[in-house]
Design a protein around this ligand. Structure first.
Ligand code: CA
Length: 386
């Protein structure tokens, strides 16, 4: 089996967001730029025996940057290769730019989509779900939490929280970032509405400094919040170490990190208690399996980040989550940036829905590869490059 074609598909769905849905610095200037559309770059790889694999690169700002890397830099590496040589291909892609400093960012997001597409191909060729290729199924359903209550008014988020409980969720995440006092008041209101039997986690999207986060963490502990996600900016590893050692509440982070090299510091320094790689950003299956193994050596759980993934990335996240021993809980996205306009890339990009939820769990499908078929109508409707 040899690769004959590699294609990157940029999908963009314009939407309208006036108020930032999550914490964002310079939000007055940036909200419209950052949240103006739902975006994704898919990678489609074809082989000489007629099989097609699909993957996703997280493409949050400029999908064109990522599709250019896939088609200009990686396509020549991939054409003629056997998809089963997936780790060799990963290393070749990484080697193409690592000595020039491109060992994070768009480069690795592009590699992630290629790696996921290769695993989809291998699964289809061998007629096995990807979790079988990764070592087998630790669980055929994933403990899932509702993500997330956004930075909307308290009345709205309390109503949403109660609705999640009624839908069968045993765990809910809420966004922070309105200032420490306001945040804690909102946490108290949500806790009051859902009671203490529901697990509550919070996500500050890097809104605070270390001292503020330590004080907030102590308040959050009083409300029995399970984890405090991204309290501070990702570059401040020493700050994370200080936070983790100062607080009892679990510190979670990693959605902005890339590759085993990036996660090495986060894990080995015990900067966090829970790692949250995104398979469409951190390096695909090949790399996330290594990150999970490294975390397991430190007895550290792995809670996949899925926010912003399309149905393709979600399908990949589910396969990985089934196949790693230290999986903790699955981020089941229940809200979008826009309050009124749901993301069709998550809901309609595949012919069948990728997430089947019941009683607090997401089912793991056992079809070959990622177990999905693209809805070509949706692809052509939102495709911006041809
Ligand atoms: Ca997050």
């Amino acid at each position: 089996m040899r690769i004959t074609e590699v294609e990157a598909l940029n999908l963009v769905v314009p939407t309208k967001v006036d108020k930032k849905p999550i914490s964002l610095a310079y939000d007055e200037q940036l909200t419209k730029i950052v949240f103006d559309s739902y975006k994704s770059t898919l990678v489609r790889i074809t082989t000489d025996d007629g099989l097609t694999g699909v993957g996703e690169c997280l493409a949050k700002l400029t999908p064109r940057a990522i599709s250019a890397i896939v088609e200009d830099a990686f396509r020549p590496i991939l054409i003629g290769q056997d998809p089963l040589d997936v780790e060799c291909i990963w290393e070749m892609m990484y080697a193409s730019m690592r000595h020039r400093g491109h060992s994070k960012g768009f480069m690795i997001e592009a590699m992630s989509g290629v790696d996921i597409a290769l695993f989809d191909l291998i699964g289809k060729a061998l007629k096995l779900p990807v979790y079988k290729l990764l070592g087998g199924c630790f669980r055929n359903r994933l403990d899932a939490y509702a993500s997330s209550l956004r930075l909307r008014d308290t009345e709205t988020i309390v109503k949403e929280a109660v609705a999640y409980v009624e839908q069968g969720f045993g765990a809910i995440k809420m966004k922070l970032g309105r200032g420490p006092e306001e945040d804690i008041k909102r946490v108290a209101a949500v806790r009051d509405a859902i009671g203490y039997d529901i697990q509550l986690t919070v996500d500050a999207n890097c809104a605070y400094d270390v001292a503020t986060a330590i004080n907030m963490g102590r308040e959050l502990e009083k409300h029995q919040v399970y984890w405090f996600e991204e309290p501070i900016p990702p570059e401040d590893i020493d700050g994370y170490v200080r936070l983790s050692s100062s607080l009892d509440i679990a510190i979670a982070a990693g959605e902005t990190e890339f590759t085993r090299y990036g996660f090495r510091d986060l894990i080995a320094k015990r900067a966090v208690d829970i790692v949250q790689p995104d398979i469409c950003r951190a390096g695909g299956f090949s790399e996330c399996k290594k990150i999970a193994a490294m975390a397991s050596a430190y007895n550290m759980p792995y809670a996949p980040h899925t926010g912003g993934e399309s149905a393709v990335g979600i399908a990949a996240s589910i396969q990985l989550a089934a196949a790693i021993p230290n999986f903790l809980t699955y981020e089941y996205m229940r809200s979008d940036w826009s309050e009124t306009h749901a993301n069709p890339l998550r809901n309609s990009l595949t012919l069948e829905p990728v997430e089947t939820f019941a009683d607090g769990y997401i089912e793991v499908p056992d079809k070959p590869g990622l177990g999905i078929e693209l809805n070509e109508e949706i692809v052509s409707k939102y495709r911006v490059n041809t």
